[in-house]
Write a new protein. Structure first.
Length: 304
């Protein structure tokens, strides 16, 4: 607890320790809870595979191998899996029959760098970050030169499939998430050590953006993906500094200590109060007294 709001907001209630669901990855990222399957799907990037943990049995199996060095995963409004494939340099959707549809692999005729994370708005649009992490070496993708020459955030139009540049002011955009009311988009800039917040205009464009939080003196903190709870607090995967929790005013009010570097987090479970944590070699979880927002935005979803 770094601020009393962490206690009064029930953030300290729930499990007293972490549950280890699986260990054996090279670098775990991108967990997403799929309610229809009651499973968590996540990425093991260097091993080029996606894994799944079954909530009913606790069993872990391979979901997809030779997966394109996938990174971030989320769900769309119809419960389909949206995946950022670093190695294949594209964003894809897994249909209900298991086939894979390419949603984006180019912008203005140029290949994307290595899509990292995606978030879905309630209008069906898909927004994704495109840093160069997957093309700087062969460890998490394939070494290559950037055709675009910058690291940006894009929007996929739900009606036309058009890929539009929405923000180009980053050193390395990484995690991104909409505020619970979808009026703002939060984006972590890993190399810059900060989280930025943008106002979302009615036409889908963004404001210039402001700094919401900075790693500052916390030397072990590097911001990766982001998730909101239903009370408007922002939870952040902060690598060696665990999981950060920020009040809506930008104050760091508390942390979860994790024994490995935290890459990605995601809410799940029947009540969406179970935080799944992908950290280095392992997938962890902790059941809490706070409830996370849904990855496909506000509103009822018949498949949930």
């Amino acid at each position: 607890m770094l601020d009393d709001r962490f206690r009064t907001g029930r953030c300290m209630n729930g499990d007293e320790g972490l549950e280890v669901l699986y260990t054996g990855c090279r670098w775990a990222e991108g967990p997403v809870y799929v309610p229809a399957w009651r499973q968590v799907v996540w990425s093991d990037i260097p091993n080029d595979r996606m894994l799944r943990w079954d909530e009913e049995t606790g069993a872990v199996s391979v979901f997809r191998r030779s997966a394109g060095h996938t990174n971030g995963n989320t769900l769309d409004r119809e419960g389909r899996l949206i995946t950022c494939e670093q190695g294949n340099r594209r964003v894809t959707r897994t249909e209900h029959d298991g086939t894979v549809t390419v949603l984006a692999d180019r912008w203005e005729g140029k290949r994307l760098n290595s899509p990292n994370d995606a978030t879905v708005r309630s209008d069906g649009s898909i927004w994704f970050s495109d840093p160069d992490f997957g093309i700087t070496s062969d460890y998490e993708g394939y070494r290559a030169e950037s055709e675009i020459g910058s690291n940006n955030v894009y929007r996929i139009d739900p009606a036309t499939g058009e890929v539009r540049l929405v923000a180009d002011c980053f050193e390395a955009p990484n995690g991104l998430v909409f505020s619970p009311d979808e009026r703002q988009l939060y984006v972590s800039d890993t190399r810059a050590g900060r989280i930025r917040v943008f106002d979302v205009r009615d036409d889908g464009t963004l404001s210039d953006g402001e700094v919401f939080a900075e790693a500052g003196a916390r030397e072990q903190a590097r911001f990766d993906n982001l998730r909101f709870d239903e009370d408007g607090r922002l939870w952040v995967a902060a690598m060696r500094d665990g999981v950060h929790c920020y009040d809506p005013d930008g104050t760091l009010i508390g942390r979860l200590d994790i024994p490995e570097a935290v890459a990605n987090i995601s809410w799940g479970g029947a009540k969406r109060n179970r935080l799944f944590i992908a950290a280095e070699t392992s997938l962890y979880s902790v059941v809490m007294a706070v409830t996370g927002t849904h990855p496909a935005g506000p509103g009822r979803r018949p498949w949930l």
